[in-house]
Design a protein around this ligand. Structure first.
Ligand SMILES: Nc1nc2c(ncn2[C@@H]2O[C@H](COP(=O)(O)OP(=O)(O)OP(=O)(O)O)[C@@H](O)[C@H]2O)c(=O)[nH]1
Length: 284
């Protein structure tokens, strides 16, 4: 797999994500807002009553063996700041030196949404053309696609449609799409205004929600991932609630991507199983 980040792929670390109650800044009780209400196709602004009721019931009945998982992939040109964005969010760090991602990097973040555990898998893919083949093999099954460009380099905005097409080609689901401009700290107010109007147009074309962030200062990073997680969680739970409504005895049925374990496993076994599912075990 890769290179530059501290990889989060050990079974012990995975287990930590599953076991420990989420940190305060990973706890979501109210639905986070879009960056701009006029730059999103997603009108959702609160958890539905179906989701709230389902979560309330789930809290009472949920066992240790249940994981709610969504997969997010980041794509975009070389050096636009994908890894820096992930690093800022997952480790609250920023590194000025550039080291290319080789293939993919993988992180896992544990949230509590409406008091229900939720895990976001974050796949940071390489922007370099020569690694495209490796990176593309990780696109499958993404619930969220984050297309990243550099606010200080307009050329990188022009590539976004191509990245989106590559990332969603062959995806049978309907992933949430985000268009994220990075390096906000490098733009003057005037240059930002100019590029933002172009980016909002591009987001409309892509049917994506637009955000601007800075991994250097941390501006909007937490808000972006909270919004993404709430949307992914809401969609996951809505599907689960609908599936259970259709099948009153569906309690023990596997509902992807939520994993219901029929046999009680030790926490370590659970973490290992999760790693196998994400296929990064042998590549890490
Ligand atoms: N000033 C500033 N620099 C940034 C920001 N985000 C990233 N950078 C810098 O941009 C360079 C590239 O960042 P990366 O995060 O490695 O870019 P990447 O998109 O992961 O690149 P690939 O792995 O090649 O696809 C690094 O030198 C970072 O320090 C930001 O928000 N502000």
């Amino acid at each position: 797999m890769t290179k530059k980040t501290r990889l989060n792929t050990g079974a012990d670390e995975q287990w930590n994500m599953i076991r420990i109650k989420a940190k305060k800044d990973r706890t979501i009780d109210t639905f986070p807002r879009a960056f701009r209400d006029d730059a999103t196709p997603y009108t959702i602004s609160s958890f539905s009553s179906t989701v709230k009721d389902f979560c309330a019931a789930k809290k009472k009945t949920s066992s240790d063996g249940e994981l709610n998982i969504s997969k997010l992939i980041l794509v975009g040109d070389v050096s636009v700041g994908k890894t820096s964005l992930v690093h800022r969010f997952c480790h609250d760090l920023f590194n000025r030196d550039y080291k290319a991602t080789i293939g993919v990097d993988f992180e896992v973040e544990r949230f509590d949404v409406l008091d229900v555990p939720f895990t976001l898998q974050i796949w940071d893919t390489a922007g370099q053309e020569r690694f495209k083949c490796i990176a593309a093999s990780y696109y499958r099954g993404a619930n969220v696609v984050v297309v990243v460009f550099d606010l200080a380099d307009i050329k990188t905005l022009e590539s976004c449609i191509r990245w989106l097409n590559d990332a969603t080609d062959g995806n049978n689901g309907k992933p949430f799409i985000f268009l994220v401009g990075t390096k906000r700290d490098l733009c003057s107010a005037d240059s930002y205004k100019r590029i933002e109007s172009k980016a909002v147009e591009m987001a409309k074309t892509m049917e994506a929600e637009y955000w601007s962030i800075s991994a250097k200062t941390g501006e909007n990073v937490q808000n972006l991932f909270s919004r993404i997680s709430a949307m992914a969680f809401d969609s996951l739970i809505t599907k689960e609630a609908e599936a259970q409504k259709d099948k009153p005895n569906a309690k023990d049925v596997l509902i992807a991507p939520s994993i219901k374990l029929t046999k009680r496993r030790t926490p370590k076994e659970m973490a290992t199983k999760l790693l196998r599912r994400t296929k990064c075990w042998k590549n890490s």
